[in-house]
Design a protein around this ligand. Structure first.
Ligand code: DGL
Length: 265
């Protein structure tokens, strides 16, 4: 018996719901491309995990997405990009892989006073890749890196109105407010889900930037270079955690009527 042919797709993964912000943008820019998403919720949050753990999970998730027909991978996670993109590129040298990284360069360009803040997970900020990014693009600007332990985890739990979340946001934004930054980067794909709350805590004068549009543009360029025949687009959601939770989140936050599937990876 021969296996049914799989249609070429873009494989996308994150530790949980955060990467849906990237997926939304990919779907907007590439409506005719099948998009397969895996939320690694059984192992979330990634932000306090070791580099070796992140590389191992990212390799497994990528393998799974390739088995399902992925021809391009989008790491919709700053933390996994920081610690695993290099290992994935070494393992699959011909495979186009798009990472998600804090856009230091555009943030510095957007800043008027040369004071830029970055909100990201502790693992992203601790990574060599992040340090290199800042070193390469900060120029004369001062970059204030704010690790946000617990923030992605609370967003992942889905209660975006909880007092606990509001308190954590206030606590983590206060140092950036005090530093007088005029531009702040959301360096974790979970954070756009609390963009309004972050903006409130940082103050109306601060410009808050995200990276999803740029990531999707890069994925689109690489996908088009593959010259794959147009197919039936669509979203497929899977999670190593609870399928009902991901289904509910995608429905409530993004208005998607997609049933997530539970997988063991
Ligand atoms: N959404 C991820 C990121 O962009 C990971 C958050 C987490 O699981 O800690 O870094």
């Amino acid at each position: 018996m021969t296996a049914a042919p799989v249609s070429p797709s873009i494989g996308v993964f994150d530790s949980g719901v955060g990467g849906l912000t990237v997926l939304r943008e990919l779907h907007r820019q590439l409506p005719d491309v099948p998009l397969h998403y895996i939320a690694d919720a059984a192992y979330a949050p990634y932000g306090e995990r070791s580099p070796a753990f992140l590389a191992e999970r990212s390799t497994r998730l990528t393998q799974r997405l390739l088995d399902q027909g992925a021809r391009l991978i989008v790491i919709a996670c700053n933390t996994a990009t920081a610690h695993a993109i290099q290992a994935l590129r070494e393992r699959w040298p011909g495979l186009p892989i798009v990472g998600t990284e804090p856009g230091i360069k555009p943030a510095v360009a957007a800043s008027s006073n040369g004071r830029v803040g970055v909100l990201a997970t502790p693992a992203t900020i601790a990574s060599q890749r992040y340090r290199t990014l800042v070193h390469r693009h900060a120029g004369s600007a001062e970059v204030f890196s704010q690790p946000c332990p617990g923030l992605a985890d609370l967003i992942e739990r889905g209660n975006l109105q909880s007092p606990e979340l509001a308190e954590l946001i206030e606590q983590q934004c206060a140092p950036l407010r005090e530093a007088g930054v005029d531009t702040v980067l959301m360096g974790c794909t979970h954070y756009p889900f609390v963009q309004t709350e972050l903006q409130q805590a940082l103050g109306p004068q601060v410009r808050l930037l995200n990276i999803e549009t740029a990531v999707a543009q890069q994925a689109r360029r690489l996908w088009e270079a593959l010259s794959i025949a147009p197919a039936q687009g669509g979203l497929q959601l899977a999670t190593t955690g609870d399928a009902a939770t991901l289904t509910r989140f995608a429905n409530q936050m993004l208005g998607w009527q997609v049933q997530a599937e539970a997988v063991v990876i």
